[in-house]
Design a protein around this ligand. Structure first.
Ligand code: XLS
Ligand code: NI
Ligand code: NI
Length: 435
């Protein structure tokens, strides 16, 4: 029986580029083959449960603007209604995946034992809904940042009881993710950082965080969870400084604690911008190390300087991101999670659907442009040409050589390098043909 929340809204269909229907796909045709696979299997879209169903429209200056039938979110009955509505939306969008935090799914009872049992109950409820739906779980995660108990961190909290509470919470969330067949488990440490160094022992906190993550990896193997363990970099917000600052910082951290073969990255567009990078920079860093796991697709307002989590709408940016993902072989267990929310004035059920339709269309356009660029090969050829000198045997031998021998060679052969153009504008113009 339908909840009626999406009454009057039909399942979204692909209508092509000429259609003006705002509730139809113009670029995303799930069955279109692009880059050797169906678009649905390439992009692997996921709906973020928190933004679409748990967030109530508040901002730092104002509270709830939405009025959903599953508010207040403090009872199991409303948690189930929320799940019913969520699965109706997945069906309307034909969404292949969704993602959640424990706190999005269950009511908060304020103590661990009750939170665990309500999580188990709602997990079973969702499991039953998944049996009758196509939508699978891309990833689960623990919300260890909203409640006041996490204010000074989760695994990095100076209070060992909070570390214990965090470990217990993550075990519960990994169990739930495993039970629902999740393909990844994510850790984002919004409070794993500091407000002031005056009260922070950074070395101890990093060691605790490293040890915590090792326990997560051990538990994954213990229960036979086949998903990827992913950490999600973000430089700040809500903490003044977060330890998982950006992709490069996370990779250094993972190496220090011996986790580089066990943990990959979940990269978010808005977080890249907050760190002073482009999204494709973060993706390229992860790909260069073989550590790209999954992506959170959204965008920030470039004027406001915080994580505004808007749905993506910039095709050239999205295209370059997918270009690097495709170059690295595309997603395996990862996907494109819309870590994106409506604007707080977008009150209607229709807005929620249209936001996802637009996001999926923008990603499809960007992805097709990326695939076309890769197929065209122009950029790859230019790259190969730029580094062609390294195909020479003597050039490669240098890498196993030493400074003195190289100096001798420079003198003997009279090596005198001549600068060559980087051809940036030509390459940018090349990209412009595709986007
Ligand atoms: C917040 C993060 C968060 C993670 C999941 O900025 O993006 O939503 O993706 O905890
Ligand atoms: Ni995110
Ligand atoms: Ni974010």
């Amino acid at each position: 029986m339908s909840t009626g929340f999406f009454d009057g809204i039909e399942p979204v269909k692909f209508a092509g580029g000429d259609s003006t229907d705002p509730m139809a796909f113009h670029h995303y045709d799930a069955d279109e083959t692009v880059g050797g696979k169906r678009l649905e299997d390439q992009l692997r879209f996921a709906v973020a449960y928190w933004h679409s169903f748990a967030w109530e429209g508040g901002d730092p200056f104002g509270g709830q603007t939405f009025q959903r039938p599953w508010y207040p979110q403090d009872s199991m009955a409303n948690a189930k209604l929320k799940a019913d509505v969520a699965f109706e939306m997945f069906e309307i969008l034909n969404a292949p995946f969704f993602c959640w935090h424990d706190a999005d799914l269950r009511p908060d009872q304020g103590n661990f034992a009750d939170n665990l049992s309500t999580l188990e109950e709602i997990t079973d409820y969702i499991g039953t809904k998944m049996e009758g739906a196509k939508t699978k779980l891309l990833w689960g995660t623990a919300n260890m940042f909203s409640d006041r108990r996490w204010m000074s961190g989760a695994s990095t909290n100076p209070d060992p009881d909070v570390f214990a509470f965090a470990a217990a919470t993550v075990k519960g969330c990994m169990d739930a993710t495993h039970k629902l067949g999740g393909q990844n488990y994510v850790l984002w440490g919004g409070r794993e950082g500091y407000e002031t160094l005056l009260n922070t022992d950074m070395g101890a906190e990093l060691d605790h965080m490293g040890r915590f993550l090792s326990m997560v990896v051990d538990y994954k193997h213990k229960i036979g969870f086949k998903g990827q363990i992913l950490v999600e970099p973000k430089p700040q917000e809500p903490s003044k400084h977060q330890y998982d600052y950006d992709a490069a910082t996370c990779i250094g951290f993972l190496r220090k604690y011996g986790l580089e073969n066990e943990v990959k990255l979940n990269l978010e567009q808005g977080h890249a911008i907050l760190a002073g990078h482009s999204f494709e920079h973060e993706i390229a860093v992860a790909c260069a190390e073989g550590m790209l796991g999954s992506i959170d697709m959204n965008r920030n307002d470039y004027q406001s300087g915080w994580d505004t989590d808007q749905f993506p709408n910039n095709v050239p940016e999205v295209a370059l991101a997918y270009y690097h993902i495709l170059k690295a072989g595309g997603f395996t267990q990862g996907g494109t999670n819309f870590d994106a929310k409506l604007r707080r004035q977008s009150l209607d059920a229709r807005d929620l659907i249209a936001a996802h339709v637009g996001g999926m269309d923008v990603c499809a356009r960007g992805f097709k442009a990326a695939a076309a660029m890769l197929e065209d090969g122009g950029l790859e050829n230019a790259l190969a040409e730029r580094y062609a000198g390294w195909q020479d045997d003597r050039a490669r031998a240098m890498l196993d050589s030493d400074l003195a021998s190289i100096q001798k060679r420079v003198l003997d052969e009279g090596i005198n390098p001549q600068p060559k153009s980087g051809r940036q504008e030509i390459l940018e113009n090349w990209v412009n043909r595709f986007v």
